[in-house]
Design a protein around this ligand. Sequence first.
Ligand code: BES
Ligand code: ZN
Ligand code: ZN
Length: 475
Amino acid sequence: MPSLKLDVRVSTVGTPDLVTFFVKGSPLPPGVPASEFDGATCATVLLRDKNQRTLVVGLGDKDKIEPDTLRRAAGAGIKHLLKLGSTEIALDLTVYADHVGPAIEGAILASYKFEGFGKDPAKKSRGTLARLQVLVKENEVTVARVQARDAEIVANISNAMRDIGNLPGNMLTPAILAEKAQELAKSRALTVKIWNERHLARDGFGGILAVGKGSTNPPRLIVLEYRGGGKRETPIALVGKAVTFDTGGISIKPGAAMDEMKWDKMGGLAVLGIMLAAADLKLPLNLIGLIPSAENMPGPDAYRPGDIITTRDGKTIEVLNTDAEGRIILADAIAHARLTYKPSAIIEYSTLTGAVIMALGHRRAGLFTSDNNLQAAFITAGRSTGELVWALPVDEEYKEGIQSEVATVKNIGPREGSACVSASFVKTWAEETPFVHFDIAGVAWTTKPPAHLEGGATGFGIRLTLAALRAGLPV
Ligand code: BES
Ligand code: ZN
Ligand code: ZN
């Protein structure tokens, strides 16, 4: 990842290109006709003055400006100028010092683009943000620098997770993901343990093994520990689905857009990103990150419909569709979190169902919990970070749909309400531990990017959770 020079100051030094912000209804910049620019959020107009480019970005109505407005507007401005070839950009935040953090996050997130492989190397450096200056008033510099540092940590880690997320299935197997996690944890206050197939079999992880069996790329369980809190303080467990590629297995998926299933690992990368950032931000709490990872493939050794699997805590699953694999690997990881760490809460992220996309589309993730306080905390964090969530039910009644004649539960229920039924499936393994499930299937990547982001993996969940943790989760 290219390194970015970021500084907060009171005037620009050597940065010809500037992003300024504009509130709807203010006097238009000289020479800009009203027909060209209305100041709507993320609308842009370019002013040229000799060798300086100034891009004016709309913020919409004054009374509707929120942190996320600045985040998106800064992103839209940066993306626009990068396309024009700028590499050094200043953000004028002299009247928005409260929003320095979000604006920097937006800028750094907008500057990320998956490079791919085999493209002309000369083209690669174009569109790369080398230097970002943030302009504030003199008496705001000190506070702004603290905000800037935190925002930079979070945005850079999000981009690093997006970059791993955008790797295709042949380049990112469960073993490679485990190596990357180890590599990234090495320089931080994090410990990592990796379970390979032998360890998984020894410790009874029948779910992860079953899902991984069809692939020649064997499964892994990655467990990260961060101890930033007191020795006796109960940890919070974070669990993320990392299916490095989901063909559906024997219950194979149709061909259309199957390539998008390389992003079926984004729940796991959300957890990895949160753990890395928690360590860098030195959050005063204890966290355990669990990332079950497998590739779901058909093959002579693949698990099949009808199979009965025993998971880590002895509960059994009747497999009726091998494409409902995420919940099977999550079952093992959630049980392991509960039995080994007795956490105060288990928060889980997964691209679990197509059904949640039917319910909520691509703007909000599904939030499933029966804990009202945790629900409120994440809704608030969603608003402040722009990673929006919407609460959907996980009542006991949804469990009716997964009652099995031959096992604890079966892995699919009726099509109706399938996002809720799936949530109640994974919740089964949390037992009495307060539990939150995020179904991020609609938001983990984007193929129709907005003005402030490139397409591909979004890193959804990282900023949301860090905001909730920093505000203090009610556990
Ligand atoms: N990874 C998919 C869910 C998914 C689908 C995410 C589309 C993003 C976009 C998951 O493993 C899956 O295949 N779920 C099935 C479950 C069904 C077989 C009960 C689904 O949602 O169709
Ligand atoms: Zn699937
Ligand atoms: Zn899947």
